[in-house]
Write a protein that binds this ligand. Structure first.
Ligand code: SAJ
Length: 438
């Protein structure tokens, strides 16, 4: 039987039944886009409470509206489960599981492995599996494919079709979404690319086929390593300008007037998120296994990781100018999420800034309307109830994440010293002697 044509026909007439493994910030938006396009979608996630929320028509991801989830669930187009056996009736599976780092800094591939192992007992002729999780070049070929075909004996490119397509979700972004962001996709064989591209093209505006899973895996790492290295460079520029006594923000504003050949990045308190600080380390790890040192990645990672310490140094100097020691001073950290206007704390540099300040004896507190509590390795700190009380009582306010919802005018008026790591006031055209910038 020509399973490739069989599947392509099912995608074109939307009778294919699909599943999404891993229903987080990638999987849930992905599911709703395909269900809205007319597909029957089953979300699979080991966290039952999330699946129960989904089945009640609730959204737990900031980028997906509850109304959309409610409509798709009530129309019977979308449902959630923690039971992998539903896969026996599924034609197409997208794997959208996390790819974090272990404490050692090495890739944690356990989620990809358990996803592939969860699918393996249910693979059948006429099935396509696409890995979406950011990972090192070779993962699909070396880890996912063998797990799916070893026991089943299915022939890749003839009976089962396997591809890689990097997710490009930018949490909180409204202009570029899962539906309209161009989607790169590369298969194990030409047929795998053709079948998986046919599937994705039914729901996504632009699908970009490439010749292999490695090209698709590496394209994603180029995208995110490009950002990580350039952020690392502009952070190093900040250290250089500090020693030169030059205002780095003015330098960047001036360079940004160049209409070509330059792309602006801003210094900050460090690199947070689920992708930018992590994906490049998957590449450097893979290259070490091939006896190659990815120098740019290692250097940028070192600089970015050190930025929280640099911020604490700035706070120490600023308090010193006010004849106050950091020890015993009340310091309020404003904003804990890893970037503005979202509720995601992953890899947030705010955690390092808070813990370093605490270690230096500061009486530390934080306020972030999106983050009620911060917990890490048994350590915990709760968000203070009222931001302006915190501001008034603080010897120093540190803006780590410049959420739009903050009342910057009042904070400026009622504080005595501000360390602004995001140039929030500079971007509003406000210069004030009590505001210290990176
Ligand atoms: N950051 C800086 N300076 C900058 C830009 C960012 O310090 O000039 C910091 C941010 O504060 C944040 C971290 O870097 O802590 C990551 O920022 P980000 O804007 O890359 O945010 P992410 O990781 O949520 O989103 C990224 C996507 N971002 C953009 O394209 C703007 C993109 O790299 C990927 O689509 C996505 O993650 C992903 O999934 O890879």
């Amino acid at each position: 039987m020509d399973y490739a044509s069989y599947l392509i026909d099912k995608f074109k007439n939307k009778t294919a039944r699909m599943a999404v493994l891993g229903m987080g910030y990638v999987g849930l938006p992905f599911s709703t886009v395909f269900a809205s396009a007319g597909f029957d979608v089953t979300g699979i996630d080991p966290i039952q409470s999330k699946m129960e929320k989904l089945n009640r028509g609730e959204s737990y991801i900031i980028d997906v509206t509850p109304d959309l989830v409610k409509k798709l669930v009530s129309d019977g187009k979308l449902r959630g489960t923690s039971d992998y056996s539903v896969l026996k009736d599924i034609d197409a599976v997208a794997i959208c599981v996390p790819t974090p780092l272990r404490n050692t800094g090495d890739p944690d591939l356990s989620f990809i492995i358990s996803a592939a192992e969860g699918i393996a007992p249910y693979v059948h002729p006429g099935m396509v599996v696409v890995l979406e999780s950011s990972t090192y070049p070779g993962t699909t070929r070396e880890l996912v494919l063998p797990t799916l075909t070893e026991k089943s004996g299915l022939k890749v490119g003839e009976e089962i079709f396997v591809a890689f397509s990097p997710e490009r979700v930018d949490p909180g972004r409204k202009d570029w979404t899962t539906k309209n962001t161009p989607k790169v996709i590369g298969g194990m064989t030409e047929n795998c690319t053709r079948v998986s591209a046919a599937w994705y093209s039914q729901a996504l505006d632009t699908v970009v086929p490439v010749s292999s899973t490695e090209v698709a895996e590496m394209a994603k790492l180029l995208e995110n390593t490009f950002r990580m290295i350039n952020i690392g460079f502009v952070n190093e520029l900040t250290l250089m300008c500090d020693r030169l006594g030059v205002d780095v923000w003015e330098v960047i504003d001036a360079a940004s007037t160049k209409p070509f050949g330059f792309m602006r990045f801003d210094p900050g308190p460090g690199l947070g998120g689920h992708c930018i600080p992590i994906d490049p380390l998957y590449l450097s790890w893979k290259m070490r296994s091939l006896n190659y040192t990815a120098k740019f990645i290692d250097l940028a990672s070192e600089i970015n990781t050190n930025m929280p310490r640099y911020v604490v140094g700035k706070v120490q100097d600023a308090l010193n100018e006010h004849e106050k020691a950091i020890k015993g001073s009340k310091v309020l950290v404003l904003g804990a999420a890893y970037k503005p206007d979202i509720d995601d704390l992953r890899e947030s540099p705010a955690i390092d800034v808070i813990r370093l300040l605490e270690q230096k004896g500061a009486v530390i507190s934080y306020f972030d309307p999106y983050i009620p509590v911060i917990k890490e390795d048994g350590w915990e700190i709760k968000c203070i109830p009222d931001v302006m009380t915190g501001v008034r009582e603080a010897d120093c306010v540190v803006i780590v994440t410049n959420h739009k919802c903050f009342d910057y005018d009042r904070i400026l008026k009622e504080s005595c010293l501000i360390v602004d790591t995001r140039n929030a006031y500079g971007k509003m055209g406000i210069k004030d002697p009590k505001v210290v910038r990176l």
